[in-house]
Design a protein around this ligand. Structure first.
Ligand code: ASC
Length: 155
C-alpha cells in the first residue's frame, strides 16, 4: 500500500472509532460500562449525602474531593446508551430511553448541571449550600429513574 494511502486509512479508522457508541465491542460492554459509572457516581455522591444528612461530620475538603469525582462520572454513563444496548446482559434500562431520547438527554443534562452546583457548594465549603444542592441532585436522579429505569432487571 502506498504510504500516504496507508496513513489516510489509519486516520479514517481513528476518526470512525471516535463516536462514543463505537467504543464498545458489544452491547454487554456498554451495559457494564454505564452500570459501573453509575455505581461509582452513586458511591461518591453517597459520601457527600452522608455529610448533608449529618450522619458524617462535614469536611469541606473530603466533600469537594468526592463531588469532583461525581462531576467527572456524571456524563460517562450517557456515552453508553447507544443503539442496540437495550439487551445483552441483565439491566434496568427502559425502552423509553431510546423512544424518548430528547427527554432522556434533558434528564441527563439536568443531573450534570445540578451536580456541578453541588461541586461548587462543596468547594465553597458551605454546608447549607451543599444540603440544598444535594436535594436538587437527588431530585434529578429520581426524576430520571422514575421515567427511564425499570423496577426489575431484564433477563
Ligand atoms: C443517590 C443514589 C441514587 C439517587 C436517588 C435519588 O444517592 O444512589 O440513585 O441518590 O436515590 O432519589
Amino acid at each position: 500500500m502506498p504510504r500516504l494511502f496507508a496513513a489516510a486509512v489509519v486516520i479514517a479508522g481513528l476518526a470512525t472509532a471516535l463516536p462514543a457508541a463505537a467504543q464498545f465491542q458489544k452491547p454487554e460492554d456498554a451495559i457494564k460500562y454505564r452500570q459501573s459509572a453509575f455505581t461509582v457516581m452513586a458511591n461518591h455522591l453517597g459520601r457527600v449525602g452522608a455529610m448533608a444528612q449529618g450522619r458524617v461530620p462535614f469536611d469541606a475538603k473530603v466533600a469537594a474531593d468526592n463531588t469532583a469525582i461525581v462531576v467527572a462520572m456524571s456524563t460517562l454513563p450517557f456515552t453508553a446508551f447507544g443503539a442496540n444496548t437495550d439487551m445483552g446482559m441483565p439491566n434496568r434500562a427502559k425502552p423509553e430511553i431510546w423512544r424518548e431520547s430528547a427527554k432522556f438527554k434533558a434528564a441527563a443534562d439536568k443531573m450534570a448541571e445540578e451536580v456541578k452546583k453541588l461541586d461548587a457548594a462543596a468547594r465553597a465549603g458551605n454546608l447549607d449550600a451543599v444540603k440544598a444542592a444535594m436535594g436538587a441532585v437527588g431530585g434529578s436522579c429520581k426524576a430520571c429513574h422514575d421515567d427511564f429505569r425499570a423496577e426489575r432487571y431484564s433477563n
